[in-house]
Write a protein that binds this ligand. Sequence first.
Ligand SMILES: [Fe+2]
Length: 224
Amino acid sequence: MATAAKEPHVRTMGHLALHYGAAEDGPKAAKLLQILGMVETQVIPFPNGNFYRFVVDDTHFSRGDGIVYLSALPEPQLKLIETIHEALGVGTANEHDAVKGMRAMMDSDFEASFHFGFLLESLEDLERIILDLKDRAENDPDLKGRIKIGLNRARQGNPDVDARLDASPIYGDVTRYAYGSNGVQAFVETDLLKAGQLGDSMVIELDYVFPGHDQHVLSVVELG
Ligand SMILES: [Fe+2]
């Protein structure tokens, strides 16, 4: 296994460009990113909807990495998505089997296709965010009916981790497990963000890794 580099970073992940659909969904999508912990640094109004710049935390305000841009889908992409939906009968009685198959796969595994993950330094933060989102998914008019949440516990075997997750307000009764140990995943699927093969939703993942372990869910994938 490669040893950790001691040199400063030579490359980091720079930015992620996200899109919403209708102009009125812009502020709602921006609100969701803020609830997920992103820090809004810029808003520019455009006729088809606001352009936003977010950073993953305050330390990235003036940096070139840790950035999330959010803007309206450009017209040609909207047209393409509409055309794909018409051709495949998406959401109709004649929906193409390929669409049904894709949805079934995503329903069984949120990270089976395109998604983006953010690493949090605090499990308590992750738990607070997910509890807040679960409440808002039912009670916040901006987010009601627009969020689905999925949770994966750490693969079992570390008694300390297992005990902490048994006592967790969000993981205590979860029976899905990550493809690895010593870390947890939370998935937030929303149709406020448009991505993926059908351009109708996006999955954002929040992760936490328990400290002091070289082997964890994000360092070694474990199968079976
Ligand atoms: Fe993932």
